[in-house]
Design a protein around this ligand. Structure first.
Ligand code: COS
Length: 382
């Protein structure tokens, strides 16, 4: 159920203040240390950020998709690494359980996920199954009351801290593509599960991705999420939702970059006047503003449709495609407007330029979104 407007505004206001007062001032240090301070993570827990999308019955805030996107936009105004801290709990790490879990599975894990005591990860991607996610080779073989998992997952966000993984593994090697895949809730402490050191990456320092390996990991059949063979569809529906969330975050980053650009262009003087008075600078600001507005409208409209129970596979893919490409262009223009200052580290613009690059890749590349949009459009007849 939706929040009343006053409560919603209060929530947005609280998140905005937290972002402005607590997160923005430490962005550069987080990037330098490649770590979000533990006390800030605790404050995020106190604000309920880990449980934004978890139903109230299980201790979360129970936000609908529109509300979650509005919060995502606010959080996007600080370094995207901060969102990553609780992003898997709100999105891809928890939503398989929320949408397809049994009552007993939900009761066991959701309260801990909502409070942030349990960190979750979504383990779909493998070395040979990136865009072609139906090609997962991690095996789950039924053995009595258990499944035995063997295989390896790649680039798994928050795996280093996760205590619960949603793992997509092949239960039927003879079935073609996704239909042979099942989803499992796999606790970190099961023997045979190991997590690699974090990868060094281009941006979003403070957010971490790891390989996860399963070496004869015995998972109780009770932990299977949904029917055997339904794991690919579980993953796709989790991603439909996740893509929309990411699109919201992209809008937040773009809005923040616009504020930074306007402030800098109003201050910086060349040829005797603030560069904001030059029409070629104004053209860049106008293009960025227009695209950010368009992305925001698409994100919020898609979220409202999803909240109304509509299938938004197409619209969520379109929102992710447009918003992630948009924020790439906005960040590029920001570097241009800042000039040399945009290229050096002190102003933080080059950091955001690097940070936003991953939005066009994770939770489905832009090319995968195009594919989904085209297929759905053709299916719908236009
Ligand atoms: N919701 C519900 N069901 C879905 C679905 C969705 N969004 N997308 C696909 N399915 C179902 C299909 O209906 C189909 O069901 P049937 O077998 O009953 O007909 C089944 O899943 C297989 O779908 P499809 O034929 O479209 O699978 P493909 O192998 O062609 O792959 C793409 C589809 C490429 C779209 C998918 O693999 C994908 O999204 N890849 C990117 C993965 C990704 O985002 N990775 C990021 C890692 S997580 S950070």
């Amino acid at each position: 159920m939706a929040l009343d407007l006053e409560t919603r505004d209060q929530l947005i206001d609280t998140v905005r203040r937290f972002v402005t007062e607590r997160l923005r001032p430490i962005e550069a240090k987080v990037a330098e240390d490649d770590a979000v301070p533990a006390e800030v993570v605790e404050e995020m827990k106190g604000l309920g950020l880990f449980g934004l999308s978890i139903p109230e019955d299980f201790g979360g805030l129970g936000l609908n998709m529109e509300e979650e996107c509005l919060v995502g936009i606010e959080v996007g105004r600080a370094s995207p690494a901060f969102r990553s801290v609780f992003g898997t709990n709100v999105g891809i790490g928890s939503q398989g359980l929320v949408m397809f879990g049994t009552d007993a599975q939900k009761a066991k894990w959701l309260p801990g996920i909502a409070s942030g005591q349990i960190i979750t990860s979504f383990a779909l991607t493998e070395a040979e199954a990136g865009s072609d996610s139906a090609a997962v080779q991690t095996r789950a073989v039924r053995d009595g009351d258990d499944y035995v998992l063997n295989g390896s997952k790649r680039y798994i966000t928050n795996a280093g801290k996760a205590s619960l993984f949603t793992v997509m593994a092949r239960t039927n090697p003879d079935a073609k593509g996704g239909s042979g895949v099942s989803a499992f809730l796999v606790p970190r402490d099961l023997p045979g599960l190991s997590v690699s050191k974090p990868e060094k990456k281009m941006g979003q320092q403070g957010a971490h991705i790891h390989d996860v390996t399963f070496d004869n990991v015995r998972v109780p059949a009770w932990n299977r999420l949904g029917e055997e063979g339904s794991g690919f569809r579980v993953a796709m529906q989790v991603l439909d939702r996740g893509r929309l969330h990411i699109a919201g975050v992209c809008v937040g980053v773009a809005e923040r970059l616009l504020v930074d650009c306007v402030a800098y262009a109003s201050e910086r003087k060349q040829f005797g006047q603030p560069i904001a008075s030059f029409q070629l600078i104004q053209a860049m600001i106008a293009d960025s503003k227009t695209e950010a507005l368009a992305a925001k409208a698409l994100v919020l409209e898609t979220a409202r449709k999803r909240d109304a129970g509509e299938n938004v596979t197409l619209e969520a893919a379109a929102a992710k495609l447009f918003a992630s490409e948009m924020v790439g262009r906005v960040a590029d223009r920001a570097v241009q407007i800042f000039g040399g200052a945009g290229y050096v580290a002190d102003y933080g613009i080059e950091r955001l330029y690097r940070d936003v690059r991953i939005f066009r890749i994770y939770e489905g590349t832009s090319q995968i979104q195009q594919l989904v949009i085209a297929r759905e459009t053709i299916k719908r007849g236009g």
